[in-house]
Design a protein around this ligand. Structure first.
Ligand code: PAF
Length: 312
């Protein structure tokens, strides 16, 4: 079947009107939120979304709210033209709309307000709005946002939850599709939807990997060939840990030590390596029920994340 030319919508009202018209025609709507620079992982999410709805909206928005001042917002890769070309190449029903808003949250690159990153007792204390008329409402999933990536990226998940809530309010989808590579993000969005009664089904799709095992990520392009080769230690050691657990090694500290050692030996710097409950992300000492082994590690100046579900 010929691929579809997606309609590009930049305005919030136009987006909402389009969704309401699609629903009036009896179509259900799936939203796939992205920050662009699409790769096979995103295209898999989009193909997955075609199973759940008749109309597909892909949002492309690099959300300043989820980057702290020291993080890589300015170097975050983008290629809107390339993204549209990739979306066009999706065969079958294809993507109906690319929602590409200019600015959804009133601080960051385009205005004068800034985040005060000073933290007390592990908390982000304030977001200073210099202009006085910017946004100041945040959605926080308080417990789930604290562990794993939340420890080193204290503003990340409130930025994600807030922008995803806004996208839900604007697009009004029936289904939203997220990748399980960002496991904590997926669980946080599920919890937000449950807690705030969004009538939206949140689907998580399996991690897409390169043939050699590296989890696909927009950040991979920033790895040198040497760093990329070393970064394979993450997926390799996670696969070994899963195998060991399935063969009876259920002591989490042992499994964590072997993964952390492999990554360190390869030249990576482990940010965290933790085994947590799949649902509530609580730390697990011994694997007795579905768990997930989550890792974040630096190779050069690129921070990569990966995880492996262990279902025993
Ligand atoms: O996973 C991402 O790309 C982003 O965190 C998301 C969900 C699009 C929110 O900005």
């Amino acid at each position: 079947m010929a691929s579809k030319e997606p309609l590009i919508i930049t305005g919030k009202e136009e987006m909402r009107r389009w969704s309401r018209a699609a629903r009036a025609e009896g179509k259900s709507i799936a939203l796939v939120p992205t920050m662009g620079y699409l790769h096979q992982g995103h295209l898999t999410l989009i193909r997955e979304s075609l199973r759940y709805a008749e109309a597909i909206v892909v949002s492309i928005y690099v959300n300043p709210g989820q980057f702290s001042p020291t993080e890589d917002l300015s170097t975050y890769p983008s290629d809107f033209v390339g993204d549209i070309r990739k979306l066009r190449s999706i065969s079958g029903a294809g993507v109906d709309v690319v929602f590409h808003p200019k600015d959804l949250y009133g601080y960051g690159r385009s205005n004068s307000s800034k985040i005060d990153e000073n933290r007390s007792e592990g908390e982000v204390v304030s977001c200073v709005e210099k202009s006085g008329n910017g946004h100041e409402t945040w959605v926080r999933v308080e417990r789930l946002e604290k562990g794993l990536c939340g420890k080193s990226r204290p503003v990340f998940f409130r930025g994600v939850a807030t922008i995803v809530a806004k996208l839900f309010n604007i697009v009004e989808p029936d289904v939203a599709v997220f990748g399980k590579k960002d496991y904590q993000q997926w669980r946080i969005i599920q919890r937000m939807v449950r807690d705030l009664d969004f009538g939206i089904k949140v689907v998580g799709t399996e991690i897409v990997r390169d043939d050699d095992g590296l989890a696909k990520s927009s950040r991979n392009v920033r790895l040198s060939p040497e760093e990329r080769a070393k970064a394979l230690s993450i997926s390799k050691s996670l696969f070994s840990a899963k195998l060991a657990a399935e063969k009876g090694q259920v002591n989490c500290q042992e499994l964590i030590n072997s993964v952390a050692q492999s990554i360190t030996k390869a030249g990576g710097k482990v940010d965290y390596a933790e085994i947590v409950d799949q649902e509530n992300l609580d730390l697990v000492k011994e694997i007795k029920s579905p768990a997930v082994f989550c890792v974040a590690a630096w190779f050069g100046n690129v921070r990569l994340i990966d995880n492996m579900e262990i279902n025993i």
